[in-house]
Design a protein around this ligand. Structure first.
Ligand SMILES: Cc1cc2nc3c(=O)[nH]c(=O)nc-3n(C[C@H](O)[C@H](O)[C@H](O)COP(=O)(O)OP(=O)(O)OC[C@H]3O[C@@H](n4cnc5c(N)ncnc54)[C@H](O)[C@@H]3O)c2cc1C
Ligand code: SF4
Ligand code: SF4
Ligand code: SF4
Length: 395
């Protein structure tokens, strides 16, 4: 029977593989999914241990091919985080009669993020865009296996730890499976996000004296361009009056996004990630092509560019078949602009304080405000002087 590792990623491979179904989803004190074992049912088959990507780490699958490209449709890049490449990959699989799995918002009870099975091109849009919350993957690995056993073409997309978990759960290679992951900085707690959404809804409802609900959320709104992305949400009155407002906030103005960017509430495993350096076993890794202006010029920078890294023949074939004019980048470009590919994020020094504060009843916005106070005029000046000195020392 598995001993849950300290860097358990919550991938759910152990839960999905257990023949006695004696491991179930539970939630830890920080609001992250954690497996909970009922030892009375266990038959000591050890399958759970064998499939765990945190206990059985893969070696790096790094290739030296780094491609930069963009989807030509503005309608798609607008809804995607970077260059809208994921949409083209998903569309190709759907055109072949296949099935696509990816993370989508669910607005049924509050706002949450869940993996979704898509067979219709119109639903593919629901998967577009990065959601900075750990997605609920309950039951998805078994569904993927069922589709594969019925000889369907399957595209599974997710974080590297989810891809690694799926591949270990499947325990064999399928020619009909294509996996896409992202360069992953880390995922915040679903509980923190859910509480934040409730706070926003309550504030608006109190202000207007009627119930308001968020009906659309984006972590990567490109209103002011890809490099200046912010958070936006549509908030609507539930009384059918059509009273509705779209709110946009710069990424450091929105308390939740600010806490994410400062690594205040990432999952513990994201600080000791077992699948860095392209070791998930995915066919393709996608990322933001940050720093692209240093290697090329384009009038459409503001729409966003993706970095795509193929790791297998199937990945290469797919990227060459989706009609993108690729530019080549090199490893140095990757290392400089995407450190999250190789290195786990360092936890913010106030991480524990943050969870203590919210468990003591502080709101998410209050706790973020306490842990990440606005810099004073004096500290801004000191920061600017130290930056100038560092630049001078480098010269
Ligand atoms: C949590 C997270 C952290 C990231 N960190 C970085 C980073 O540090 N540096 C970097 O360059 N890029 C990072 N990315 C990737 C990047 O933001 C884009 O997703 C990627 O460039 C693909 O963009 P696209 O425009 O081609 O497609 P998009 O439409 O933006 O991509 C959608 C894809 O993201 C997946 N996805 C979205 N949210 C989640 C989620 N919560 N869990 C699992 N899968 C999800 C969907 O399943 C789909 O495959 C991160 C993405 C996520 C989800
Ligand atoms: S050892 Fe086998 S039966 Fe026991 S928890 Fe693990 S997978 Fe389930
Ligand atoms: S990393 Fe995945 S397989 Fe391992 S214990 Fe955690 S949920 Fe289970
Ligand atoms: S940083 Fe690593 S452990 Fe955290 S979500 Fe991403 S892949 Fe999983």
């Amino acid at each position: 029977m598995i001993r849950i590792p300290s860097n358990c990623t919550g991938c759910s491979a152990c839960i999905s593989v257990c023949p006695k179904e004696c491991i179930r989803h539970s939630t830890d004190a920080e609001g992250f999914m954690t497996p909970l074992i009922d030892p009375s049912e266990c038959i000591d088959c050890n399958l759970c241990e064998k499939v765990c990507p945190a206990l059985n780490q893969n070696t790096s699958n790094r290739t030296m091919e780094f491609l930069v490209g963009q989807n030509e449709s503005y309608d798609i890049t607008r809804q995607s985080s970077s260059g809208g490449i994921f949409y083209l990959i998903g569309k190709r699989v759907l055109d072949m009669g296949g099935v696509v799995y990816g993370a989508a918002f669910d607005y049924n009870a509050g706002v949450s993020v869940k993996h979704l099975r898509v067979t219709d091109i119109n639903d593919l849009r629901r998967i577009l865009g990065s959601k900075y919350v750990q997605s609920d993957i309950n039951g998805i690995f078994r569904s993927v296996k069922k589709d594969l056993s019925e000889d369907r073409q399957v595209l599974f997309s997710g974080t590297p730890c989810q891809v690694a978990g799926l591949k270990r759960f499947l325990r064999k290679d399928y020619d009909t499976l294509l996996t896409v992951d992202v360069i992953c900085h880390g995922v915040p707690s679903p509980e923190v996000f859910s509480r934040y959404v409730k706070e926003v809804e309550k504030r608006k409802s109190d202000e207007c004296g009627k119930i308001f609900k968020i009906t659309h959320f984006s972590f990567r709104d490109k209103l002011y361009g890809w490099n200046s992305f912010g958070v936006s949400y549509q908030i609507e009155s539930s009384d059918g009056s059509g009273d509705s407002e779209k709110i946009f906030r710069g990424r450091y103005e929105d308390p939740y996004m600010k806490g994410f960017l400062y690594d205040l509430y990432l999952r513990e495993s994201c600080h000791d990630c077992p699948v860095k350096d392209f070791s998930s076993g995915s066919d393709i890794t996608l990322a933001d092509a940050w720093g692209i202006e240093t290697i090329m010029y384009s009038p459409s920078f503001d729409k966003g560019f993706s970095l795509a890294v193929p790791h297998s023949e199937a990945g290469k074939e797919c990227l060459s078949a989706i009609g993108v004019k690729w530019q080549h980048a090199d490893l140095n470009f990757m290392v400089t602009n995407n450190p999250a590919a190789f290195k786990s994020a360092t936890p913010h020094k106030k991480r524990k304080t943050f969870f203590r504060l919210i468990n003591d009843g502080k709101s998410i916005s209050e706790a973020v405000g306490i842990c990440l106070p606005e810099p004073t005029f004096f500290s801004r000046i000191m920061w600017s002087i130290s930056k100038k000195l560092k630049r001078y020392a480098k010269k």
